[in-house]
Write a protein that binds this ligand. Structure first.
Ligand SMILES: Cc1cc2nc3c(=O)[nH]c(=O)nc-3n(C[C@H](O)[C@H](O)[C@H](O)COP(=O)(O)OP(=O)(O)OC[C@H]3O[C@@H](n4cnc5c(N)ncnc54)[C@H](O)[C@@H]3O)c2cc1C
Length: 502
């Protein structure tokens, strides 16, 4: 006999736990009780500040007021990631959100641009992307709704304090009936025959039972790994970074930029993420190539203001849980795996996990075919993101041992094929499940020095003077639109200034 699930227990109250709780509170019918247990004693990872545009959909589905959410999380806007030094000192490029240019009937815009490049008269590709131009000028205004306006092409996400985001969603979820329980899980109880999880016991002795368990317990994977032994696919041979040190500071330097900066360093890379009240900084590195002390001293030497608080060291292993859903346990967040934060994909993967869970929400019979589908889609999505991240390391132009090793490594066949195909004539075939659309691949492939040898021969049929005029007009329109936007900092001050910015 199968019936509707009536009891859900979320283990963990980090960003993953509270995003899940908020979404379930919004989406599930009345009569389903959702409880969340978390331990203040254990705490959360406490980093994670940059997001990507799909977070807007998540916030909109919840019905959050954007300005209110930004005030509460001390957020700024993010239009791009600036990559500095990945092809050698002094080199930089942007991976902006949104598309490059406009396709010319059936011809891809980037193919027309490649022809211009091969003929020696192309402006930089980012002249054709509004989010990139607004980033260069440090400007922002909301995108226009009218698709006929250039401003409609602006795409954005946020930099925010993920701890404050979790707190904000906690209030949202509790208002809608989610019950929070403070306590540390000491024991996971399983059915003697089926192995299904029946409940958890807290250190206090309190027992909590449920039908569906969401494991948001972070790297430790309390249910999915420690109890159910889902297994882990280790990807550290492709992504050897296994440590990070975070050190926020007073905002200085370039100020409140509407973009994240990722700067290549001797044995990894450093992030700079400006929020309203501080700038988040960190160094992600390989412990085989650099010591913790040296990583911290390189980070300290490069932050652009007075450090705030003590450095926070974190350890991780790139990879994914072999199965994110086992029996009646679904792992969401760090419990399901981790890819380094280079393209700000972790919070997105939480969102993607929640979306799939709701699309395949189980009944008490837990149909294996639905569980298998969840796991299949999760594997596909994470592997596509993995390839995109590996690309940044494989196609680098630096000279330290760490970077030489990265250039020499064998990469997944799926990525090798993509690089070779693009390098030939700029062709790209992006899967429907790929979080990163064609424009993202183009930005990073070109930025990392993978420049196609030829272009689509069909664009040679375009009349040269007309094409030159068209590209020049488009770049001009995009530039003028960007120039007419208010400064990012002024827009934040007017629209969503945090009440207690300190
Ligand atoms: C260096 C670094 C930088 C990052 N930067 C970004 C970024 O820029 N953008 C991005 O999208 N993501 C980023 N991330 C990832 C992001 O931080 C996480 O995806 C996000 O915070 C979700 O974490 P979580 O909720 O899964 O786990 P956690 O934050 O670890 O939360 C785990 C929860 O489980 C609870 N818990 C654990 N054990 C028990 C127990 N026994 N009993 C009760 N409760 C328990 C804890 O108390 C806590 O509430 C970064 C991660 C790292 C490591």
């Amino acid at each position: 006999m199968t019936a509707s699930i009536r009891e859900v227990l979320i283990i963990g109250g980090g960003t993953a736990g509270w995003m899940t709780a908020a979404a379930l509170a919004k989406a599930l019918p009345p009569g389903v009780r959702v409880r969340l247990v978390e331990s203040e004693q254990i705490g959360t990872v406490g980093v994670g500040e940059a997001t990507i545009p799909p977070i807007n959909t998540f916030n909109q589905v919840l019905g959050l007021d954007e300005a209110d959410f930004m005030r509460a999380t001390k957020a700024s806007f993010k239009l791009a990631i600036e990559f500095v030094g990945w092809m050698g000192e002094g080199h930089r490029y942007l991976h902006p959100f949104g598309n490059f240019g406009l396709d010319i009937e059936a011809l891809k815009f980037h193919q027309a641009w490649l022809r211009a490049l091969h003929e020696g008269w192309a402006p930089p590709i980012d002249a054709f992307n509004l989010s990139a131009q607004a980033s260069h000028l440090k400007r922002y205004a909301p995108p226009a709704r009218d698709p006929g306006q250039v401003l409609s092409s602006l795409k954005y996400a946020f930099h925010f304090d993920a701890g404050l985001y979790a707190r904000y969603l906690r209030a949202y979820a509790e208002q809608r009936g989610v019950i929070r329980i403070e306590g540390k899980v000491a024991e996971v109880r399983q059915h003697g025959e089926t192995g299904f999880v029946t409940g958890v016991a807290l250190e206090s002795g309190q027992a909590l039972e449920a039908e569906l368990f969401i494991d948001c317990s972070g790297f430790r994977g309390l249910l999915i790994e420690q109890a159910l032994q889902a297994g882990y696919d280790d990807w550290s041979h492709w992504l050897p970074n296994d440590r990070a040190v975070a050190l926020p500071c007073v905002t200085g330097g370039d100020g409140l930029t509407p973009y994240t900066r990722a700067t290549a360093d001797a044995a990894g890379w450093r992030w700079r993420i400006p929020l309203q009240h501080r700038t988040g900084n960190g160094y992600v590195y390989s412990s085989k190539h650099i010591s913790d002390d040296e990583a911290l001293s390189r980070l300290r030497a490069t932050v652009d203001g007075e450090p705030l608080g003590e450095p926070n060291f974190l350890r991780f292993q790139a990879g994914r849980r072999k199965q994110a859903w086992v029996k009646n346990v679904v792992a969401i967040g760090l419990s399901s795996g981790f890819l380094e934060p280079l393209e700000s994909t972790s919070i997105h993967l939480i969102q993607a996990g929640i979306t799939k869970l709701l699309a395949l929400f189980p009944h008490t019979g837990f149909d294996p075919v639905e569980i298998a589908e969840y796991n299949r889609l999760t594997a596909l999505q994470v592997e596509l993101i993995r390839d995109f991240i590996i690309l940044h390391f494989k196609a680098n132009g630096r000279d330290e041992p760490y970077w030489r090793d990265a250039r020499a490594m064998a990469i997944p066949q799926s990525l090798q094929h993509k690089i070779e195909l693009f390098a030939a004539s700029g062709r790209l075939f992006v899967s429907d499940y790929d979080l990163f659309a064609e424009a993202s691949w183009i930005a990073v492939l070109l930025g990392q020095g993978v420049v196609p040898r030829r272009h689509d021969p069909l664009v040679d049929a375009l009349e040269t003077d007309a094409l030159k005029a068209q590209l020049s007009r488009l770049a001009g329109l995009i530039r003028q639109t960007a120039e007419a936007l208010p400064p990012h900092e002024a827009f934040i001050a007017r629209y969503c200034a945090a009440r207690d910015p300190a």
